[in-house]
Design a protein around this ligand. Structure first.
Ligand SMILES: C[S@@+](CC[C@H](N)C(=O)[O-])C[C@H]1O[C@@H](n2cnc3c(N)ncnc32)[C@H](O)[C@@H]1O
Length: 437
């Protein structure tokens, strides 16, 4: 049975879910209460999108091995990923009762407290994490992001920079820590230091799309017309695992809901539509768009994000590709093109608006959200690549691009899309209609 279990774990680690599941089930046929098989099968079921089954399996594992800290920790992760931070906290605390030095459980506890807005408790937990695991690179990364996201004074920004630098020193493969470091330095007004982070990075890895894009975002290189495909892929592939959690819990992300609200009002009860989710990511929009859809497709550049969307379900087809090219290749194919928080990776919106117009049928709607460059009514047509690596657009630019593409009935509303660094991110939610002609 041990060999079977090892084979199951190896298949699981290699991403061969079907073999892993079959092996776990064979172990359980021999011993229905085998805690490791129940536990790992639970994790597998959660990864496949069936968290209810996962929780039931893990409860059975804990009945047999109630003091097993890893099992409590993984059950906490499932609750955390479902957005239930209170249940997650209870699991991590149980893990720590049985194994006080379980540092991943301490880090997870800190995140669960942060998700609940208990910032002082979270800060203490991050401090504890670095005490129990002083060389844990991910711990410094987490604390660095925490300090950056909740900075109340400049000193917090400086501490965030120190943590992120340490995270990267301890784990030079952690390029997200380096990207965040450049971002924090820029926020602190240390523009030269920020640019230097990316220049040093490019010296080590001249092809790095992340470093190239971020250097441009800090004013150290020419701004591209849109973020390059390689940059998007590497950013989002590395981000895919924690995307939903980060956005939903830490940053109060609401672009999909706001976009669905605007599209719903425009569609005015229409159903049975062919819909494209352009830049579908992990599929957060699927459940919102599905009720109007006869067919719902998603397109995205990042295989990591698409794998998450596939697991979440709700789409008829998921395509790996660049969305402008996808739109251009599908004339008169859709009744709705929706794009939440994706055109923030585009500078000038003219070409993508023209592509969406051509991909829509007469009477179809294009809806998207972007970040606002300036909410002042006087702001002219403009776009800007910000230090976050995302572009911002003026309302005039959004309107001009839509009108130039041939859209009518243009509606652009100011909305707060999420919170970042303790402040709301202002944006535009735009919908526009392809005329009947
Ligand atoms: C911030 S995520 C938003 C995902 C999803 N729409 C949501 O609201 O949760 C942006 C997504 O757009 C994708 N993306 C960015 N530029 C793209 C492009 N030119 N073509 C296709 N996908 C793109 C990224 O890979 C990423 O998954």
């Amino acid at each position: 049975m041990d060999t079977l279990l090892q084979a199951a774990v190896a298949a699981h680690r290699d991403g061969d879910a079907a073999t892993a599941r079959a092996h776990y089930e064979r172990v359980l046929a021999l011993d229905p209460g085998q805690p490791d098989a129940l536990h790992f099968l639970g994790v597998l079921r959660h990864q496949a999108g069936d968290s209810e089954a996962a929780i039931a399996l893990i409860a059975r594992a804990l009945a047999r091995a109630p003091r097993h800290a890893d099992i409590h920790n993984n059950l906490g992760n499932i609750h955390k990923e479902r957005g239930d931070a209170v249940a997650a906290e209870a699991c991590y605390r149980r893990a720590l009762t049985f194994q006080p030095g379980h540092f991943t459980a301490v880090g997870n506890l800190a995140v669960a407290l942060e998700m609940q807005g208990r910032l002082d408790d979270a800060f203490r937990a991050y401090g504890l994490l670095l005490t129990v695991a002083p060389s844990y690179a991910h711990g410094y990364h987490l604390l660095g992001l925490f300090l950056r996201n909740h900075a109340r004074e400049v000193e917090h920004g400086r501490q965030a920079a120190a943590c992120l630098r340490r995270a990267w020193e301890l784990d030079p493969d952690n390029l997200r820590a380096l990207a965040a470091l450049g971002n924090v330095l820029y926020m602190l007004g240390e523009h030269d230091a920020a640019r230097q982070v990316y220049r040093d990075w490019l010296q080590r890895d001249p092809e790095s799309p992340l470093a190239r894009h971020m250097l441009a975002a800090c004013g150290g290189a020419d701004v591209p017309a849109r973020a390059g495909d390689a940059y998007i892929r590497s950013l989002f592939d590395s981000f895919a695992g924690s995307f939903d959690e980060q956005l939903l819990q830490h940053l109060d992300y609401r672009a999909p809901q706001l976009l669905a609200g605007a599209l719903g009002a425009a569609l005015d009860g229409r159903r049975g539509l062919d819909i494209l989710d352009a830049g579908c990511g992990t599929g957060l929009c699927a459940a919102l768009l599905r009720p109007w859809a006869r067919r719902l497709d998603g397109v995205d550049l990042s295989p990591g994000m698409l794998a998450r969307a596939r697991r979440r379900g709700g789409y008829d087809a998921l395509v790996e590709g660049e969305l402008t090219a996808h739109l251009e290749a599908h004339p008169d194919a859709f009744d709705v093109v929706a794009s939440a928080d994706t055109l923030v990776y585009f500078g000038d919106l003219q070409r993508v608006c023209a592509a969406a117009h051509a991909a829509l049928r007469a009477g179809g709607w294009f809806g998207f959200s972007v970040e606002a460059l300036d909410r002042g009514a006087a702001a002219g047509d403009g776009t800007e690549l910000g230090p976050s690596g995302r572009y911002r657009h003026t309302r005039a630019h959004v309107r001009t691009a839509l009108v130039a593409a041939g859209f009518g009935d243009v509606r652009i509303e100011p909305r707060d899309l999420r919170n970042e660094n303790g402040h709301p991110v202002h944006g535009w939610v735009a919908v526009a209609r392809r005329g009947d002609g």
